[in-house]
Design a binder for this molecule. Structure first.
Ligand SMILES: [Zn+2]
Length: 527
């Protein structure tokens, strides 16, 4: 199999992690103001944790799989910590928690989203309309003295501290705990957010954080420093479901998109970086305004004489700055990987660090081109590659309709889908009219797992994200136990050393969770 699983000896993890931390340190130093303590930890090579609390491998013998689940604080508050751990272990075969510790979104925190059926466990009520989000731990102010954000504790669960409450109980059961945080903010709830906000091509402030902004880099460094130093965590995963201005402009994604407001970022920090790369900022701005004009005209069905695709490609030829700025954006995101990796490893090389790779990687060849697994594996111990096959059906259909409505408008959505299956190396998957209700197959899970394993260094673990009851529209694919069983089996048979059950326990039905546990057990019996 070759992938490094959780059973490898900790000394190996530490040594390799330390070397990687050294390699990542220059990135970490850029813009983060909290390095003094880490530099000490790094030079002494000693963690402040007593040995018993060191991050450690699980399931030392027997080649057992890493079976993680994403779970937010509300489930532990609603159902009780021991009760939730009992269910996760007994039914899901879970041995790792991805604790949703920082987000302003409902995708990974909070109860079931309103409008979707409540699952068969937990409080049978939706969150109040005032769902807030933030950090589900105490804020240790010593880490944020120079930070742009100081008040970001999630008020939703009162004084409940997710990491403090859950980690000791999980550890006592041999279950490891990872912090799970994502690049999702709510500008309305965060004083000073405008200081870090992206600016669109028209100079308007957006609700997204600029990943080149030194203040957000410093904040993220402080946040992961706080988590790593304040709690005996075993790992940390960050996710950023975003992309650059070219992909955004042409609608190269599933789901809804924000149109012109997502043609970002043109803030002073990004423009400075652009100039340092020799990119003409004026030409870049002009090119994106032209691209925006082209896309809006396409939406209105005004076909250029040479067709949509040729006209789009001509824009890229006339304004190569469009591609240069797309790359600049993606590099900013990947520099954050280096920052987080270097910061955590310098504090405790035994803490495993990895990334949640957005589902758009399964749909958009444009986004996929930016997710170079061999490069991503330079600053990661693991990658959770989202390979959700159930909601993958409706999402693939959304992607096809989005991209067909702009640059691929010369051909039909059905033709775009057939082309996409070919480009993305998928096998026999449903046609467009049945795709949203059918979902993608377990074969898709196997193919994407193999591709990721082939793409990374052999010592970086690939943990496919498996979807369980991720909300879809009422006439779209719903998760069934046999779907979960087949997807988990496909991932493991393709060589994955583990899986991450997603998106959050509070939306999963127990029969589907149990199907994951049974599939892992079946696989291990066979193996
Ligand atoms: Zn910017």
């Amino acid at each position: 199999m070759g992938d490094r699983g959780p059973m490898d000896p900790p000394v190996e993890l530490s040594r390799r992690g330390f070397l990687k931390a050294c390699a990542a340190a220059p990135l970490a130093a850029g813009g983060s103001g909290m390095l003094t303590g880490e530099a000490q930890a790094m030079s002494s090579g000693v963690s402040h944790y007593p040995n018993g609390l060191q991050a450690r491998p699980i399931n030392v013998q027997g080649g057992e799989k890493f079976v993680a689940i994403q779970v937010g604080g509300v489930s532990f508050v609603d159902e009780g910590i021991d009760r939730v751990l009992d269910i996760l272990q007994e039914q899901g075969g879970v041995n790792a928690l991805m604790l949703a510790v920082f987000t302003y979104g409902r995708g990974i925190a909070g109860r079931q989203v309103p409008g979707q059926p409540l699952p068969d466990h937990g409080v049978q009520q939706y969150d109040s309309a005032s769902f807030h989000g933030g950090s589900y731990t105490a804020n240790h102010q010593q880490y944020y003295s120079g930070s742009v954000f100081k008040d970001f504790r999630a008020p939703d669960l009162g004084d409940f501290d997710l990491l403090e409450a859950v980690i000791p109980k999980a550890k006592a059961r041999g279950v490891v705990s990872y912090c799970w945080l994502e690049d999702v903010y709510n500008a309305r709830f965060i004083p000073n957010f405008e200081k870090v906000a992206e600016l669109d091509v028209y100079g308007r402030t957006t609700g997204e954080a600029c990943l080149h902004n030194p203040e957000i880099r410093s904040f993220l460094g402080s946040l992961v420093e706080d988590y790593t130093k304040s709690y005996p965590i075993d790992g940390l995963m960050w996710g950023s479901e975003r992309q650059g201005p070219l992909n955004n402009a042409i609608g190269s994604r599933h789901g809804g998109f924000r149109g012109r407001a997502s043609i970002t970022c043109f803030c002073e920090h990004c423009m400075k970086k652009a100039r340092e790369r020799g990119i003409s900022v004026e030409r870049a701005r002009e090119g994106f305004v032209e691209l925006d004009r082209f896309v809006r005209s396409a939406y209105q069905g005004h076909r250029p004489a040479d067709g949509y695709f040729v006209t789009f490609w001509r824009l890229l030829l006339n304004y190569p700055e469009i591609l240069a700025l797309e790359k600049l954006w993606t590099d900013s995101q990947h520099e954050i990987y280096g920052l987080i990796y270097g910061t955590v490893k310098a504090i405790n090389p035994g803490v495993r660090v990895g990334w949640h790779i957005w589902h758009n990687n399964s749909f958009s060849p444009f986004f996929r081109a930016e997710q170079d697994y061999s490069k991503l594996s330079k600053n990661a111990d693991f990658l959770k590659v989202v390979i959700y096959n159930n909601c993958g059906g409706p999402r693939m259909a959304e992607y096809v309709r989005n991209i067909q409505s702009t640059i691929l408008r010369d051909v039909s959505p059905e033709q775009v889908l057939a082309l996409n299956y070919g480009i993305m190396s998928y096998g026999k998957e449903p046609e467009l009219n049945s795709l949203p209700a059918a979902g993608l197959s377990a074969d898709y899970v196997a193919r994407e797992t193999k591709r990721a394993i082939a793409g990374v260094e052999s010592n970086v673990a690939i943990y496919p994200g498996i979807d369980i009851d991720i909300p879809t529209a009422s006439d779209q694919k719903k998760t069934r136990p046999e779907d979960v069983g087949a997807a988990v089996a496909a991932a493991l048979e393709a060589g994955a050393p583990g899986v991450v059950l997603s998106r959050k326990y509070s939306e999963m039905r127990l029969a589907n969770l149990a199907a994951a546990g049974s599939a892992v057990k079946r696989f291990q019996r066979q193996g």
